[in-house]
Design a protein around this ligand. Structure first.
Ligand SMILES: Nc1ncnc2c1ncn2[C@@H]1O[C@H](COP(=O)(O)OP(=O)(O)OP(=O)(O)O)[C@@H](O)[C@H]1O
Ligand SMILES: [Mg+2]
Length: 485
């Protein structure tokens, strides 16, 4: 190969480390090295992204050829062909910067499907529901990420046709056509090329920029792009997907801490669309994959000598790891964790002290409602991020930002937050959501920010037209004051 090298297989060594491969890429490469089950794939480097940005949107010379070479290798390893109408190789195209920016950039799953290949996959797996569900997800994610189509257009169509997947797919293709003036691309290589560019571009979305400003992350680092062979959690009851922490990210307690969703793809858990089950339930459904997962979590903690935040998927009973990263945690958890890890002889005392971030200690001094006072909570949810906060109810991120600018304390109240709400979360004193678990967007981002967050408050319902919230029969208007703890 001549010129600069921009692509590395997960099984190929590099000196470049996290800066070059991004956090997700280096994690996938290290897990592959460790012999942890990871789907095959390759990483397009942050160098490639920086070259792309510097040129104003041209892929650097040699990148396309290197991607082709690695696709050929992936076909050899998987025994499937990209774009094959009978037994297609499908991939995800995933962002992943060197610095952690949870959920801020874009990912597309099930890439490589088209009309014919979806039917081929249905025949091949004898599972038309799975094949069509995968295809409709691709059209939706590709439509949103590559073409910027509003997600609600797809959500509305999905709600309308529900389980009639052929009708959903037709409606999705129609939406795509209306919004772009073109039909959904049937060529797998075209899908891949445009997805890679879109993921590079997702470095510069307003939400990613807002997140970087808030966290003092430089704007010129760029993201790597990971192309990962798809494994399917949406193949039925012997499949599923989950997220787990190797310790409790709120308290630091050792023990099992995660969520699992049967017959689903990863984005369902993160997006908080369906509320997942506690990880322990996976034991009853998929005992072997469960045991292997516990063992793998232990190995990853030993390797990284730190609390990990892990994404995994089970396809027909077989376990695959899709991501591992150092877990975002509260200050209390950080302290508990290093103390325990010294006891467990995972790290030294000196290392323990060095790991405590002075800025995070501030969190320990978070206000809480006076424990000796008596009060009655109108409703309860999950303690997604500790601390108490009071403020005026606002229902939108923009309103939160506007009112906070006027000096008002606000609590952002939403059904669920999405990455587009980031500026509102930054502006708010605290966050309350009706839906989603401990790994939902609101929970993860609030913990990272050290902001109080109560998530998955089932008793909360919102009427966004009337601009009211109802909590166990108490109706509150926008602007009314609430307290969360
Ligand atoms: N090849 C794959 N097979 C199955 N699931 C996948 C694959 N690639 C990604 N996923 C799942 O899709 C979801 C989105 O992926 P990804 O990790 O790229 O983005 P994210 O979790 O939304 O954000 P972040 O950048 O913070 O990780 C995750 O749940 C992930 O586990
Ligand atoms: Mg992820």
């Amino acid at each position: 190969m001549s010129g600069e090298r921009y692509v590395y297989g997960f099984d190929e060594p590099t000196e470049g480390g996290r800066e070059l491969l991004g956090g997700k890429g280096i994690g996938l490469a290290e897990m592959t090295q460790l012999g942890v089950p990871v789907p095959a794939g390759f990483t397009i480097t942050t160098d490639a992204c920086r070259a792309y940005m510097a040129s104003g949107g041209d892929l650097p010379d040699g990148l396309e050829a290197q991607v082709d070479e690695h696709l050929i290798r992936l076909q050899e390893v998987s025994g499937k062909r990209f774009g094959d109408p009978d037994d297609p190789l499908l991939v995800s195209v995933r962002s992943g910067a060197a610095v952690s920016m949870p959920g801020m950039m874009d990912t597309i799953l099930n890439l490589g499907l088209n009309d014919e290949a979806a039917e081929g996959l249905a025949r091949r797996t004898d599972n038309p529901k799975f094949a069509r569900d995968s295809y409709r997800r691709l059209i939706q994610m590709y439509g949103e990420v590559v073409e910027g189509i509003e997600g609600h257009r797809f959500e509305d169509a999905l709600a309308k046709y529900a389980d009639d997947l052929p009708a959903v797919i037709e409606a999705y293709k129609q939406i795509y056509q209306e919004e772009t003036g073109r039909s959904f691309p049937q060529d797998a290589k075209e899908q891949l090329g445009r997805a890679v560019r879109a993921v590079f571009d997702s470095w510069n979305t307003p939400r990613a920029k807002a997140y970087r400003r808030y966290n003092d992350i430089p704007d010129d680092l760029g993201t790597a792009v990971n192309v990962v062979q798809m494994v399917f959690g949406n193949k039925g009851e012997q499949s599923g997907t989950g997220v787990a922490f190797t310790r409790d990210p709120s308290t630091g307690e050792a023990g099992l801490y995660g969520e699992f969703l049967a017959d689903a793809q990863g984005e369902d858990v993160v997006a908080g669309i369906r509320t997942p089950e506690p990880l322990e339930r996976m034991h009853d459904r998929l005992p072997e994959a469960y045991d292997e997962f516990l063992d793998t979590m232990r190995r990853l903690e030993e390797h990284y000598r730190d609390m990990q935040d892990i994404e995994f998927t089970v396809e027909d009973g077989r376990l695959y790891l899709l991501q591992t990263r150092s877990a975002k945690r509260t200050a209390a958890a950080a302290l508990k964790c290093v103390v325990d890890m010294v006891d467990e002889r995972l790290i030294s005392r000196e290392e323990a002290v060095a790991r405590i971030d002075p800025a995070q200690l501030d969190q320990l001094l978070h206000p809480r409602i006076d424990p000796s006072s008596t009060y009655e909570a109108v409703a309860t949810g999950l303690n997604a991020s500790p601390g108490a906060a009071s403020g005026a109810i606002v229902f939108e991120a923009d309103t939160a930002e506007d009112r906070a600018k006027e000096g008002e304390a606000v609590i952002l109240v939403r059904w669920e937050t999405t990455p587009d709400d980031i500026h509102g979360m930054i502006a708010a004193q605290g966050i309350l959501t009706a839906h989603g678990g401990m790994t939902s967007h609101a929970a993860v981002v609030a913990r990272g920010m050290g902001k109080p967050c109560v998530a998955g408050c089932d008793a909360l319902s919102l009427d966004l037209e009337e601009r009211t919230a109802s909590l166990n029969g108490t109706t509150l208007k926008e602007g009314d004051t609430i307290t969360i703890d």
